[in-house]
Design a protein around this ligand. Sequence first.
Ligand SMILES: [Zn+2]
Length: 510
Amino acid sequence: VKIDIHLGAKESPKNELVIISAFSKEVADKNKKAPAKMELVNTHWPKEYKEAFAKLKSHTRFHGKKGEHYKFPLTSGAVVLALGLGDKAKLEYEHLRKEAAKVFKAVKDHYDHPAILFDSFIIKNKAEESLEALLEGLYLVDYKFELYLSKKSESTFKGFQLISDKAKSLQKKWDDIHSKVLHTCESINFARNLVNEPPNVLHSEEMAKRIAEDAKKLKGVKVTVLTKKDIEKEKMGMFLAVNRGSAYEPRLVHLSYTPAKATSKTKHVALVGKGLTFDTGGYSLKPGASMINMKFDMAGAATLYAAFRSSVLNHAPVKISCYLGITDNAINSLATFPDSIVTARNGKTVEILNTDAEGRLVLGDVMDYACDDKPDVMIDAATLTGAVLVALGTEVCGLMGNDQKLCDELLKSAKAKDEYLWQLPVIQEYRDSMKGSISDLKNISNAGDRNAGTAKAAAFLESFVKNEVKWAHFDIAGVGDSQSHLPYCPSKGASGLMVRSIHHYLMNAK
Ligand SMILES: [Zn+2]
């Protein structure tokens, strides 16, 4: 979708459709006999709109309640679409995102180039934040994955004109906000495409190639792709154990970005992503129904690449290194048996009791590798456990870590972007449960243990943090996919959630 912003607008737009907000307020019955009623608030409408609206017999039915829409013509021939948003005082930015996405769906097949009277959508008296939220909703909803459909959807929709009475002198500032949002949403859509690609197309070698090709176009980014030989040289015994049954080589994509004004004091953040292009479970094979959609097991790597990409394009003030561990988890005669004991890059021995708990094996080695670069902070993201869905549902992302200040900052960023993130504890008992009897560690606590699987996986990962790096872990297994409750996410397929939160953290980290 193409969006232009016009500031300093003096007259009503000439577009065929003009979108404006309407609110409602509760009015108590004077005699206190009847219950309170909701009344329309449209004092902010242009005179012409109010008059045209009042002439229509059905206008008394529209109260500006949340979810209510009302359409009416002007004498000029243009049509006004009034969007009911409910009580203005109760509105949050997330409502703007959702409403923007719903409007896009409602108008795109019927109009070519509607105008949005943006000032009517400013909430909390914060024009810039409202603009950002509205644009996010419009760009995030405009996503389709039709690569494999022989008949693609057609559209004549040209985009929106955002009209505001605010001073023309703000144009540059608003255009900057616009381009930042666009960078983030385009990065999210790049990640969604990767996740939605089928595993026979997007195997490990292909995924690494696509990311490296894209990253090479980013200014100030160094791109390195480690091949199987390199990973063997690094002695990443856990990562290689996962890859043993695969027809494809593993890849470790290593990207580094240094901001133009970096000094020796510039903070360095490492991002470590799980990129399992398909997870059969290995010899601990998943049952058929649970194996469907396991192409999405690389969503952690896609999410972090999108956060990295967007932060580079938006000139984040911190140094960012991105490490993506990519392979599939398949079976052939070489595939790793359950009961195998392997040696991790950091020298610890690990008994692999369940080959389906493979993400932590890949991540552990890559995290150890990342810590060699001595980042101040390391954030990993992974579709790590099914247990996170039991604990938090599909709507909430799990957060764990070894530093409360870091976790608090990440929770704050998630709140700022209206994404659900909830911290789970990592306690000594969980760490103890991951200790082996004939090896230093085991990759699951006990066969059949269904308790605290998400946090115990985090306790395992924590063993691969070194050099006093502050670390946080996002378990996105629930939120990565099919967020049908959010109008700006596709109801089926990759969501692209948590990119905005992590990007917000990177843009504000000091
Ligand atoms: Zn698995």
